[in-house]
Design a protein around this ligand. Sequence first.
Ligand SMILES: [Zn+2]
Length: 89
Amino acid sequence: MKKLIDVEFHLVVIPKTPLGSDIDVARGDAKDIREAIIRHVDGVADVNLEYDSDYRCSFCDGPWTEKSDTYNGYCCEEDEKNNPQLTTT
Ligand SMILES: [Zn+2]
């Protein structure tokens, strides 16, 4: 019979205040916390900085909602220039 066992543990650090909503500020805050942990906590060799990724429109930064890699269903005027129905010959 199969059983599930714990084989490795990871620590997740939750900051006292949420990281900034601006992605560059959040990245900088996370790096600062990482460096502080390495500098001040005994027995820590390294801290991995992990993050989630999300696809966005390169023109308007809106959420990417379509399967296509080039057209996002008219999220903005620049995106519409890649509408395959308009660019076919
Ligand atoms: Zn767009």
